[in-house]
Design a protein around this ligand. Structure first.
Ligand SMILES: [Zn+2]
Length: 349
């Protein structure tokens, strides 16, 4: 069955460390149009980022003829997001602290008159992968997402683990080396500071803030058999394996999926990760878990953001606005609605 082209859809936004991206996504996860601009968002002014986003997205929306009607905006941010109102408490990899990104984006797109929902990148990737990608059919699934920072979306018994305010899953800030390097979060020796993008690039002799280009250069060097590149990747794999072994022992997942930069370097980190799992995960949960990479690629974040935005509509189609009326303003609603949203998000998996 073909979904109606002019049905409801979401504007999905991905604010990553090395780019900003956006897509118009219809029901069923159909990407109708997308755009991405590669540029570092590290330590940039959030107000400017949102204005730039407006400049990027306007032509995309203007070019949509007979496309979906945008009924909500979903936003992915690599940081701690308060699910209640889309406030970013902390996005260490972007250098952001206490940013009302949901409100800023709602103001930028005021004319659309639609609600804005903001989620953590790893959580959104895990939701999308659980629904349509590498986590389909699993009850307990973990998606490790690394782009700049490092986090995990954790699905327990079919539901995304949020914690009491939506901050759960910050696996990147679990200490694995008490005397290690200072992390963006202020602590020492976090998993992210040992195996994250910056650590990987630094260890390979590249600019830690070199972003996508430096990473591509590193992968090309590894493909040529460059010993320094291979050793840096193996070290990241080892650290990642230590972290994943802990997650396997705690959550007993059916599957762990690697996304973002870890999907791109998977051929080089797979063996060291598996070695650490053999050494450190308990045999029974270890025997049950598969290690895979994400299937939706970098689209996982946009699809997850779209699902977050459209979930209230899917859970209650009666709130679907009529064509001529402005969209309802059900943004930043009560926590119980958000809980049902998260469960709806995962219910189709
Ligand atoms: Zn940290």
């Amino acid at each position: 069955m073909e979904l109606r082209q002019d049905g409801p859809g979401a504007l999905a936004v991905d604010l990553a460390t090395d780019w900003m991206g956006a897509a118009v996504v219809g029901l069923g996860g159909k990407v109708v149009a997308s755009i991405r601009r590669d540029e570092s968002l590290c330590n940039t002014n959030p107000e400017k980022v949102v204005v730039d986003l407006g400049g990027l997205v306007r032509p995309l929306l203007a070019g949509l003829e007979n496309g979906p009607r945008i009924v909500a905006i979903g936003v992915s941010v690599p940081g701690l997001v308060r699910s209640e109102d889309g406030h970013v408490l902390e996005a260490p990899a972007l250098g952001w602290r206490d940013i009302p990104i949901g409100r800023l984006i709602r103001e930028e797109f005021e004319d659309l008159n639609v609600p804005v929902f903001v989620g953590n990148d790893a959580d959104l990737a895990a939701s999308a992968e659980h629904l349509r990608g590498s986590g389909r059919g699993t009850s307990d699934f973990i998606c490790i997402w690394g782009e700049g920072g490092l986090g995990a979306g954790i699905v327990v018994d079919g539901r995304l683990l949020g914690g009491s305010a939506g901050y759960a899953g910050e696996v990147g800030h679990v200490t694995i080396d008490p005397d290690g390097d200072l992390c963006h979060c202020g602590a020492r020796g976090c998993l992210e500071s040992v195996v994250g993008e910056e650590a990987l690039l630094r260890r390979s002799g590249r600019d830690p803030l070199g972003g996508t280009l430096a990473l591509e250069d590193l992968i090309a060097a590894a493909n040529r058999g460059d010993k320094v590149a291979l050793a840096a990747l193996a070290e990241s794999g080892r650290g990642l394996g230590i972290g994943i072994a802990g997650l396997v022992n705690i959550f007993n997942p059916n599957r762990v999926s690697l996304g973002g930069l870890y999907a791109r370097v998977y051929p080089y980190v797979r063996a060291p990760i598996l070695r650490e799992l053999e050494k450190r995960a308990m045999p029974a949960p270890r025997a049950m878990v598969d290690l895979v990479t994400v299937r939706l690629g970098s689209n996982a974040l946009l699809l997850g953001a779209a699902e977050l935005a459209l979930a209230p509509l899917l859970s209650d189609p009666a709130i679907m606005p009529l064509q001529q009326e402005p969209a309802p303003s059900y943004a930043n609603d009560a926590p119980e609605t958000l809980t049902s949203r998260a469960s709806t998000l995962l219910a189709e998996g």
